[in-house]
Design a protein around this ligand. Structure first.
Ligand code: ZN
Length: 74
């Protein structure tokens, strides 16, 4: 499976969408919230800095809920 990539419109970092059907992701470098449209990315906001240990679930955690596999992405 290929992962679509693009460049962050805010900082220029490489963005990798986890799934080809993903339409939203967060830049790992500048924390911009990015939405993919047909041809480009739009910055729609910014993720606030979170206090350390605010959640017991780490980003990237993979699990299954109601027989549905998921990955915590934000
Ligand atoms: Zn960025």
């Amino acid at each position: 499976m290929t992962q679509p990539t693009a460049n962050c419109p805010n900082c220029g970092a490489k963005i990798i969408f986890r799934w080809s059907s993903s339409v939203q992701t967060v830049c790992q470098y500048c924390k911009s919230i990015l939405v993919r449209t047909d041809i480009d990315l739009k910055k729609v906001g910014q993720v606030a800095d979170l206090p350390p240990n605010s959640s017991p679930i780490q980003i990237g955690t993979e699990s299954i809920y109601n027989r549905q596999a998921f990955v915590a992405v934000g």
